[in-house]
Design a protein around this ligand. Structure first.
Ligand SMILES: CC(C)(COP(=O)(O)OP(=O)(O)OC[C@H]1O[C@@H](n2cnc3c(N)ncnc32)[C@H](O)[C@@H]1OP(=O)(O)O)[C@@H](O)C(=O)NCCC(=O)NCCS
Length: 179
């Protein structure tokens, strides 16, 4: 099934505007994915080649066209400054479930922006009929774990050696939320 990208939702919160990601946003994501601290608990290390980011974002836009994901670029409502991204991916309409993700530039951490954005994403997910959301964090990603718990997710298990990064297997926590 293909989705009309122009129909994807723009979400607004008290401080943020979440608009569906476009290929043009790749240049804004580059400084985030190039930051080793932002990428410390990601499945891949920081990326220093802008072409790789361009390809990742193009892949995400393609995924949106299939209806299997929505990626949003997060900007300040007042100043339109780019803050980060968040997403619903692995959307499974048969089982009414999806996975959530989020990434903010380091300057934007510690201000409740991720919480605010994800509350809007969860509310949107519920309106589309999704009933279960999952998230996966690398062991030690305290900020992400805390965010998920604030959103009501519960830890459901440990995925041992789930990720192979830089030659080492990493354990991940699995979180779930029933809407
Ligand atoms: C995960 C991530 C999005 C969390 O960002 P965050 O800013 O810590 O998350 P929140 O939006 O929940 O903000 C919480 C913090 O804002 C503070 N805060 C300030 N104003 C606030 C407000 N109005 N409302 C809520 N919290 C507020 C809280 O006290 C808390 O601060 P603390 O961490 O010092 O205790 C961010 O660390 C990140 O981008 N990490 C790298 C990418 C990553 O790992 N992604 C997840 C992969 S699974």
């Amino acid at each position: 099934m293909s989705a009309d990208l122009s129909l994807l939702p723009i979400l607004e919160t008290a401080r943020l505007r979440l608009a569906p990601l476009t290929a043009q946003d790749a240049g804004l994501i580059f400084p985030l994915m190039g930051d080793s601290e932002v990428m410390a608990f990601w499945d891949m290390g920081e990326i220093d080649d802008p072409d790789v980011i361009t390809n990742i974002v193009a892949g995400q836009v393609d995924e949106m066209a299939t209806g299997r994901a929505v990626y949003w670029a997060m900007r300040g409502l007042a100043d339109t400054q780019f803050i980060g991204t968040c997403d619903l991916s692995e959307i499974d309409r048969r089982h009414h479930r999806a996975e959530v993700g989020f990434m903010l530039g380091r300057d934007a951490w510690g201000q409740g922006y991720a919480l605010e954005a994800m509350q809007a994403v969860l509310a949107y997910a519920a309106t589309t009929g999704l009933r279960r959301l999952v998230a996966r964090t690398h062991l030690g990603n305290r900020r992400s774990d805390a965010l998920l718990e604030k959103l009501g997710f519960a830890e459901e298990g440990m995925l041992r050696g789930h990720v192979l990064r830089d030659g080492e297997r990493r354990d991940c926590r699995l979180f779930g939320l029933l809407l």
